[in-house]
Design a protein. Sequence first.
Length: 530
Amino acid sequence: MIRINQIKLSPDHSGEDLIKAITKALHIKSSQILEYKIAKKSIDARKGTISFCYAVDVKVAEEKKIISKVNNKNIMSTSVVEYIPAITGTQDEKLSPVVVGSGPAGFFCTYLLAMYGYRPVMIERGEDVDSRTEAVEKFWETGILDTHSNVQFGEGGAGTFSDGKLNTLVKDKYGRNRFVLETFVKFGAPEDILYINKPHIGTDILRNVVKNMRIEIERLGGTVRFNTCLTDIQIKNNKVCSITVNENEKIECDTLILALGHSSRDTFKMLDKKQLIMEPKAFAVGVRVQHPQEMINMSQYKTMEYEEYLPAAEYKLTANLKSGRGVYSFCMCPGGYVVNSSSENKMTAINGMSYSKRDGENANSAIIVTVTPSDFGGDGPLAGIEFQRKLESAAYTAGNGAVPVQLLKDFKDSKATKAFGEVNPQIKGNYEFANLREVFPEYISESLISGMDVFAGKIKNFNRDDTILAGVESRTSSPLRIVRNDVLESNVSGIYPCGEGAGYAGGITSAAMDGIKVFDAISAKIRPFL
């Protein structure tokens, strides 16, 4: 295949325009094109005009001759790296591997184990995605929380009720990233996630994707159990031999994949008692801010001439403060909603969520401040969890059980808000005016204020007085890491920590890729059953 980079076209271009650009770049006739695929599509709005920028893979006869003839640095030979599992294990096992957690890491590890004949069992403390959706919507409407089935727990993991972002910074020389995206498409995601620069699915489509994937796992011989919570692990001679679920049911296993979510706090406590080696790690906390999406669009695109062809604009902002702390945007949701994502009683945590069309009135993003183990005020691997809980408890109190909200001007003045300005809130769940300065240590509040003012130099009016702040954004990543060795096992043989909750990923795609890595490690050790 020939890769052509830097094909730039007007947003209102046709498919024929793209073909003309290909033939012009390669100096060939359209009849010579045997096949072409879009490899990457992004938006270039840097010079006051907007264009779609493509990288295209083209199949033609005599590729080397054509490349040599055009002599263009943007035209080169290319090949797609395909993920192909090696399956070299020789050890025989009689017990099915057990995967704990049905987030992206757990799902992809289970999917591959089922595909290659390992008859896995995936357990999930929450409900299937349909029942879970009902529980979540009930919570948003009534405030009645199901601590086992909510925005954090249940089929698909926390990412199911998010923007469904699929971009990752993880390097991918084995083709795992491509495999993840192709698998999502196979089970119902739109095909354009294979090539758009910052792919996302949206919570509405992602719910169907995970359901279809689970059905396929079961068809392939895997077992999926909901309402099944890991409550204990039995270890003999430093090797896992069984687990206990729901306090009283024992399941024998010698391969245990801990694909835990970052909110599995009771499980982390149990693992600490079992002396699995864990360590605290840095993460970030803060608020989620809402601006009119139209304001963000104008800032990023500079014009709305091609509004009907352009997606809701995104942003990514970072600042290094004089204090040494970093402030940055996280999980930006164009046209999205702030959602109450609590999982423990009398604690409030929030997140952002978008539907596939991203057509909501507001843009929202977490604006967060880095915190390190030295900030946690305690020792041991669970200190970060207690730091999170302290903030979430304060947020619950500030909002009287609802999501506490405040305008930026009032946050700066440290007084509770009494009325919204021109920005209307888009929040899933009840909310109440509060003073968020009472939730955070002062160093976090001051960092947030400084960061918002810095970001206003990058996006005009980002620090407008009526910017809506909501709190508390505390579950940005896992506050700890379950240590694993070169073959991805913990200090207890047969236990494989995996994904975001275990401290090895930071989003849907990277978590899924880590689940694939763990499958590769298991399949390099154990022979398939079938």
